[in-house]
Design a protein around this ligand. Structure first.
Ligand code: SF4
Length: 469
């Protein structure tokens, strides 16, 4: 699974330094949210200048490119594609020009009605340069800006688009940020030296030595002009739908979301796993890196010794040449190796965040057994994933999800594990500490927080547009 993207927007007061370097560092902090492409747009007082490229933030930018992006207002993006092909045209920020100016936009999320909206816009003459849903958003906003003032234009946009969206725009000398009415993807506000910023995660604010103020509320529009922040609540829904996988896996453990430190949430999930699925074992060990904090929680609650038994190779980049079929085992060992003396003769509790297809988990169980583990008890920090995500996470189709067609004991057999335990829905909700009515658990329950064709909806009658004030 991959997260879709990370976004950042910064507005400094007029006497502030160039904003591009700050955005560059903030994107570095958000690199885990997307490694396929990165980009920065800056308004220099007259025009919006953009530099984008395929690759990691460190590969896309150098000092000379940053120096060319002069200005105190800017936005940035790291991308992992969910809608649209993997190509430079679909990287962000996207720039759309119109008769009164230009808009730059960066988006984290996924629209479920993007094709329908694109068709309508094409029929009325709009020409698209990308296949991404972000361009659809930009075109609608531009049309609405020609008719309305800013809050009304964004209101009209929110009435039309359905899905998950945390958006940042440059509009003239302002940074505009909008979070969807259900708050599915994260977005927070911070204060930095000489200005204000918004970012997908608070680690971006920490990196700039700033201060986290709060999350952007679901349905809120935030305008930052000359380093000052103005808020407009454009939608008021009775519940939210924050993605639970941000807490389990996607967000960095040092981020704070909805007032909760992600590290603490993961320790809580590990403790719930220990309560719900105890095992007679000698050692608790994580599948690195995402299982580490969950395993710490399991160890603290169960009192069972914690020891690392697997080492991940952190230097395999995108250019890694995959060995051919008959070198499959080499490929696995290149990515992950065992610490044999820690494993031999041990009854292991192996902790991970999720099982998607089951192939990686099976190989890892196999590796630790070959390294001499006496027993392997697998513990998973999410309930079984049995349905796809339509809201911004790149996830395989239903047919490929092992839990969609196998029982838990069936999955255990495929993994060749001695036991298998997933955290329960109730345990997960308690560990996060947010009421279930305010969480999206679509991929865990098959019931989604908004209407998706062919799928069940938590409130089938709910039309998001009705809640836009
Ligand atoms: S369906 Fe799953 S991955 Fe997608 S937003 Fe909801 S909880 Fe997150």
């Amino acid at each position: 699974m991959h997260d879709a993207c990370g976004v950042v927007g910064i507005s400094l007061r007029e006497n502030g330094n160039n904003v591009a370097k700050s955005i560059y560092y903030a994107l570095y902090a958000l690199q885990h949210r997307g490694q396929e492409a990165a980009g920065i747009s800056v308004y220099d007082g007259k025009t919006i200048r953009t530099h984008r490229g395929m690759g990691l933030v460190s590969e896309v930018f150098n000092d000379a490119q940053i120096a060319l992006l002069r200005g105190v207002v800017g936005i940035g993006h790291v991308r992992y594609p969910t809608t649209g092909r993997s190509c430079i045209e679909n990287s962000q920020p996207l720039l759309v020009k119109y008769k009164d100016g230009a808009v730059a936009v960066a988006h984290n999320g996924n629209l479920v009605n993007s094709n329908q909206l694109r068709e309508q816009l094409e029929q009325s003459g709009d020409i698209f340069h990308t296949t991404s849903d972000t361009e659809v958003i930009a075109h609608i906003l531009v049309r609405e800006l020609l008719r309305h003032d800013l809050p009304d234009a964004v209101r009209a946009l929110m009435r039309k688009i359905v899905g998950s969206y945390s958006l940042v725009f440059i509009l003239g000398d302002i940074v505009l940020a909008v979070r969807d009415p259900l708050g599915i993807k994260p977005l927070c506000i911070g204060e930095v030296e000489s200005g204000m910023m918004v970012a997908s995660e608070s680690v971006a604010i920490d990196t700039l030595n700033g201060r986290l103020l709060r999350d952007v509320r679901p349905g809120e529009m935030v305008i930052i002009r000359n380093g000052e922040l103005f808020s407009h609540q454009l939608s008021r829904l009775p519940c939210a739908a924050h993605c639970v996988f941000e807490y389990i896996y996607f967000a960095r453990p040092d981020s704070i979301m909805d007032g909760r430190l992600i590290y603490d949430v993961r320790v809580n999930i590990g403790a719930k796993l220990a309560d719900e699925h105890p095992a007679n074992a000698d050692t608790v060990t994580p599948i690195p890196d995402s299982g580490i904090t969950l395993a710490v929680g399991y160890h603290q609650r169960s009192g069972i010794n914690y020891r690392e038994c697997l080492m991940k190779n952190r230097y395999i980049g995108r250019t890694f040449i995959m060995p051919d079929q008959n070198m499959r085992e080499t490929a696995v060992r290149l990515k992950m190796n065992t610490i044999r003396p820690n494993i031999q003769g041990q009854r292991l509790i192996l902790v991970d965040d999720s099982i998607v297809r089951g192939t990686t988990s099976r190989r890892i169980v196999n590796m630790v057994k070959n390294a001499g583990a006496k027993e392997v008890h697998v513990r998973i920090g999410s309930p079984p994933i049995m349905a796809p995500c339509y809201l911004g996470i790149d996830m395989p189709s239903r047919e490929e999800l092992i839990a969609a067609y196998k029982t838990i004991s069936g999955v255990q057999t495929v993994l060749e594990a001695d036991s298998l335990g997933y955290v329960s829905h109730k345990g997960l909700v308690e560990a996060i500490g947010i009421p279930e009515r305010n969480l999206c658990m679509g991929c865990l329950t098959g019931i989604y927080p908004l209407d998706i064709p062919g799928e069940k909806c938590a409130a089938a009658q709910m039309t998001l547009a009705e809640y836009v004030c």
